[in-house]
Every structure is written in C-alpha cells, then in structure tokens.
Design a protein. Structure first.
Length: 196
C-alpha cells in the first residue's frame, strides 16, 4: 500500500463529540465519545470511545475518566475481542513509556510524541503517525495522519481510537506528575493498564 494521508475533523452534536473524516480506501472513519455533564454525580466515571466506519472493525475503549477516558482500568475491544494493553509506568521517557498492544498474535507499539502533539502506532511492516494542528477549514483542531507500509483496517482503528483517550500518562511529564502524586498520596494498590 502506498502512503495515505488523511484529516479527521472535530465534530460535536448533542449526543457525542469526536473526530471524523475519509481515510483513503478505508472510507469514512469516526471516533466518538458520548457528551455528558462530567460533574453529574449520577453518571458513571467510566467513559467509552467508539471507532466505526465503512471498512474498519468496530473498536470500543472503556476506562475511567471524564470527559475523556484515561489509561486506568482500561478495556479495549476489537469486534468484541479483547486487546492486551501494557506500558512501563516506571520509565521516564516517552519511548520507554510506550503502550504495547497485543491482538490475535499481532503486537503494536503506541508512542505519544508529546502531550496533545501527536502519536505513532507501529507494528512490523506498518506505521501510522498522527499529529494535531488547526483544521484546514478553520474550525477547531484536526488530527492529521500519515499511514505507510502494509496498513490494515485494524491498524487504522487502533491508531485513531486514542485520539479521544487521555494519553498524558505515556509522556515524560506524565511520569513526573504520577511520581509526584504518588509521593504526596501513596496508594497500596494502583490498578490500571498492565505494567511491566
């Protein structure tokens, strides 16, 4: 497959918000999160991000956090099948804190470039780089992607789901913040995405 370039534009309706756009042969792709009053105490603290489109698998990411879910207590499903998520909470650099995903024998590495700056999803033979910048339409901030190599629909779905997930913990600054918070309020059992 040749290199594919795409833009996912921000959108917002009464029910949901997220990003959507056309991605080459994969057609229309949407990543969305339900809109809720995040201060409403009657609403669950879990948030779901969904990815769907014409030619990609259904992806569901469910975790704690509002309005965007975090990595803590995360569950990721592709067409109903669970994906293993692991990252090294003790590492200091972004590359070392990469999120490793395993699905049906295929291994991925998801690295955050910087807080709200972009990300890279890699597997053997494929790479998807997503950056953030002002939309070409002048409305909001878009996600601009470049997919290269033997990119499959599942690769694209995994790359874009994290556009609506809070991935701050995968950054160096996230590591420093987590360490500081742990020193101030130590916890005996810190559950969340598996750690190395």
């Amino acid at each position: 497959m040749n290199e594919i370039m795409f833009e996912l534009n921000q959108f917002s309706t009464k029910e949901e918000e997220g990003r959507a756009g056309t991605v080459g042969p994969f057609g229309e792709v949407t990543v969305s999160v339900p809109r809720r009053k995040w201060r409403d105490k009657n609403v669950s603290n879990h948030t779901e991000v969904r990815v769907h489109g014409e030619n990609i698998p259904e992806v569901l990411y469910r975790a704690l956090g509002r309005p965007r879910p975090h990595l803590k207590d995360a569950r990721l499903l592709i067409d109903g099948t669970s994906v293993d998520l692991v990252f090294n909470r003790k590492a200091l650099r972004n590359k070392s804190r990469a999120l490793n995903l395993t699905h049906q024998g295929c291994t991925y590495e998801y690295t955050v470039i910087g807080s709200r700056k972009g990300s890279v999803l890699r597997r053997t033979g494929a790479e998807i780089i997503i950056t953030r910048d002002k939309s070409k339409t002048g409305k909001g901030v878009s996600s601009f992607g470049t997919a290269s190599g033997d990119v499959k629909a599942i690769d694209l779905a995994l790359a874009v789901v994290f556009e609506e997930v809070e991935t701050f913990d995968l950054t160096s600054l996230g590591a420093a913040t987590t360490a500081f918070n742990w020193l101030v309020t130590p916890r005996t059992n810190d559950s969340g995405v598996g750690s190395e």
